[in-house]
Ligand binder design. Sequence first.
Ligand code: GLU
Length: 483
Amino acid sequence: MTVRVRFAPSPTGYLHVGGGRTALYNWLFARHHGGVFVLRSDDTDTERNTPEFQADILDSLNWLGMDWDEGIEIGGPHGSYRQSHRFDRYRAVAEAMVAAGAAYYDGATPEQLEALRVAAEAAGESPVYDGRHRLSAAEAAARVAAGDPPPVRLAVPRPGETRFVDVVRGEITFNHDNVDDFVMLRSDGSPTYHLASTVDDVDYGITHVIRGEDILPSTPKHILITDAMGGPRPAYAHLSLLNGPDGKKLSKRHGDTALRAYRDAGILPMAMLNFLAILGWSPGDDEEIVPLATMIERFDLGAVSRNPAVFDVAKLEWMNGHYLRAMAPEVFAEATLPLVEHDLGRPLTPGEHAAIAAVAPLVQERAKRLTDVTPQVRFLLEGDLEYEAASWDKVMATAEARVALEGAAAALAPLASWTVAAIEEALRGMLAAYGLTAGKGLQPIRVAVTGSAVSPPLFESLAALGRARTLDRIAAATVRIGG
Ligand code: GLU
């Protein structure tokens, strides 16, 4: 048997990090088994679908490097893989189920359904429609002829139960007393999610349905449709939902929930992939940094935890820092320089490019995100320096600031060669000559030259900036201190 799995997002929002994890587990499972990963578009909700959300799903999967073997954009043996193109097929399945007695046309009015709902609520139960208003074949035909086709509902066998073994959660039983005779086909001929999703899973030969736990209550409905279609039941694996660090369901309160926000905020795709992979699964040892090849080799759906996983951005940043430092310096520079240009809104001059490339390895050692780079290298840009107010106020108010700046100017101006070693020697000599600590004596120079108390290491920063600009900035800051 060839493993066939699917990821089936609806293009009604930006791809959520939880959706990214679901996609990844499907993808890893397919790659581990040499199977087929299908990307489907559950685009039945024409009111809420947008091309922008559809594009975001593709962009996000591409960003993370999850390629699909069949599906939207690339096609495959099952057509376009878009539910919006398959309404005829869903209608045909619903009608065949009616003909076979597994489903029926329903005549319940909105008032009758409302009365059932109110009664169930009063009894403290959830409403379960049991088919009491089903129409005879003649009644249904009359309504179809009158241009008012009734909805089609599945006839849930009563009494009865649906039992299956969930790969993650173990044996699960749903008593049909709690399963509605749900609508499969609406009066307007459109399918509900249950019908469209299940028909696709059967038609596309899906062997394993791996999806979020929020859908578990719908699974008995999907199994009943699958059985009625005569299809083999796929295996089901329902993944626990993601929580924030406070143990509550992950939501916007905890920070960004769209994958794109992390991409735009300087998270590397491999860091995100690794982070998502270990949200509920581990390769077996306690190792948290897991190379892609190891993920694919060891991925095991049966080893996925049924407990909620915690989406902790601090951990993601830690992981991102790891992957940033693992990059070759040229690769890091290549990844960051375009971002710096994007942030500036202009290309770098050759001089700026060289200066930034010189400090890039130092920034790389400290960065948590790719987006940390621009603020760290801004001082190397041509044009006026902007002082960060808090840094200036804190550092330049000390009595030592003027001494340090004047001492630094005197020590640096006559240097024979402008190298990191020569700069360091000159400035340490200045500190000793005036009896200044590194904190008191070097911080004013850092703020004068970089505008901020937080910068790449000082001597390297001055070396990259060049002598003329360093001395100009020290002089300008000395004037600005006044007195
Ligand atoms: N379109 C559904 C969703 O986005 C798919 C659920 C499923 O995997 O069956 O939630």
